[in-house]
Design a protein around this ligand. Sequence first.
Ligand code: MOS
Length: 736
Amino acid sequence: MTQHLKMDQPDKRHRFDDMAQGVIGKAVDRPEGALKVTGGAHYANEFQPEGLCHGVLVRATIASGTVTKLHKAEIEALPGVLAVIDDNRLLRNPAQGTANEAPVQGSQTVAYFGQPIALIVAEQFEQATHAAKQLRIDYDESEAATDPSVESLDTEKPDAQQLSQGDLDQAMQSAYRSVDVHYTTPPHNSAAMEPHASIAQWHGEQLTLHGSYQMLNYNRNELADSLGMDAENVRILSPYVGGGFGSKLGIAPEAVAASIAAQQLMRPVSVVLSRPQVFEATMRRSETQQHFQLAADKTGQLIGIGHAARVSNLPDEAFSEPVTQGTHFLYAAENRRIEHEMVRVNRTCAGSVRAPGEAVGVTALENAMDELAEALNMDPVELRKRNIPTKHPETGQPFSSHKLMNALERGSELFGWSKRTAQPATQREGDWLIGLGMASAARVNILMEAKAQVTLLPDGTATVETDMTDIGTGSYAIFGQIAAELLGLPMSKVTVKLGDTALPAGAGSGGSWGASSCGSAVFLACEDIRQQLAERLGCSDQILVLKEGIAHIGEQSVAINEVLAGDTFTALGHIEPGKTSEDVQQATFGAFFAEVGVNAVTGETRVRRMLGVFAAGRILNPKTARSQCLGGMTFGIGMALTEEIVHDPRDGHIVNHDLGEYHLPVNADVPQLEVELLEELDDWTNPMQAKGIGELGICGAGAAITNAIYNATGIRVRDYPATLDKLLDGLSSHHA
Ligand code: MOS
């Protein structure tokens, strides 16, 4: 049986307001945790089928041009080499960074340095690695554009991303105070711990791929598209994923290459990307150039908001970092101009990385707001409070729920914001200049179509099955909780099976929608099973209470397995977005507060403490939710202080293509982080009243830190990250 729900109106059943089992909202451990720390959870490259051989990608050493000859014969003669594959289907990186788009194929064109152009397959990984280094390639090289800031490059301005309301120029002229500032953010890498890895194996027409992916249902279609085959014949398995952060949303080159090689050799083939290959041949977040014009009246009311963004991608790639996404709805202002510009460059494909859009857009906006607060001589928290819109400032849609005010107030109180001195560079402890900063958090909330199957077995245990992934976020725990709650079972009686395209198509892990979208599918399936139980008991679902494996109807109690009497009850839950995604603006909000110390001599910045307060609808599991926020804030520290892909200006190649040189924050960079989750229930989002929380913790986080650096030093860094070289000149006056 199927229970289908299209979210065309708010859902009023409020099933989790009143819980018999009491596991929703509890800090339940992840059931796969022990497997992960004992090596029992097998990742993509840990399957070792009989006859496995190893492929290593060969990549372009020019930024732009065509491949005229591969000197294959010399390589084919090397020890252990089984094949040199230059199939057209792997000549262009198909990773789009967004699921749902057909990969670009069949082009001989090299569009960026590091692009995969061939695969060497050998008996042993070392033999393939060695041979890959020897392959000589002739190119016909053409002129490359590698610097997206060059003014003369052609730009595209997609209509859908331009907005003009009122008269911003007039607002800037008549403002009591205004800021007109430019910010830049560098390219970022997702930097998941597990590199991209695939093992492909064919059985006749059927392809099975063990991979590390986020969106299996879409990835299956992308892989089938790339290979020119029917998606029905492709099965992808990703039961455990060692992080994705966007880089595994779309199918990556190793999966296509392994599949082609396995078919040609009629043997299973493994292709694992090295860390430099992950950096250069999957994707990056685009660098951004951002121009803000903010105009305020005497009371601190914004009368104008201007935000113009410029991003880059490869020729023909559809994805465009949605930098201004948060600016559309975060603050009210009558006069608005929001512009987006795309420039085509020969740099690794740009795609979704850790909250595409708001991560960089809200962060820079929150810096500009800090500048405006200073110009107005107004407290930065107060400036935000005065500009919270009562409805979407452009479309007039109401918000489904909105707790920015509560987050700002609660955060100020918990952090001790009132102790901040507005005058910069006035707090000092020895060589350390101390400052406080804050920023708002905002992220769109998205519902994705999802299906899940739930089965209640005669022994009173249940299974949840969907192709949804758990990329380290807590899907296994949360779906177990939902089923346990609704079916009245202890968590130990629920088994969750994920990460296999043979199972019903879930929502995939991306855009913070996983738990709420796919969880709703689990919810609906369980609702259906409850009805089946009620029917068998001859009562209404309304009076049926299921708890600890027992069905209670008034005074009467009967064990659930007795109700089943040897039968199996099963149901498919299916949620789809509907009018509630259009009628109202759905978003999550929060606030960040940070304290930094900046060394007056060396320019080194240390984050001393940091708080995030977030509202994201019903919190299904405060432990996994909090962990997501901790991760987001950690990325905020990285964005503010260290993270930056450096492209060589000559050929665009990524200079710092490993985790030694691409500086993610490590333990010693991250102080005690505090997370506070606010209560919020949202009927518009889904029947669980939950919203997505995965990415909210990064959306603005870096600005709290850079605003704190300003408060500490009086130096405004507008070019992320705020490395010490950007502070040293300004600090000379502070030398003791
Ligand atoms: Mo995310 S960047 O949608 O995995």
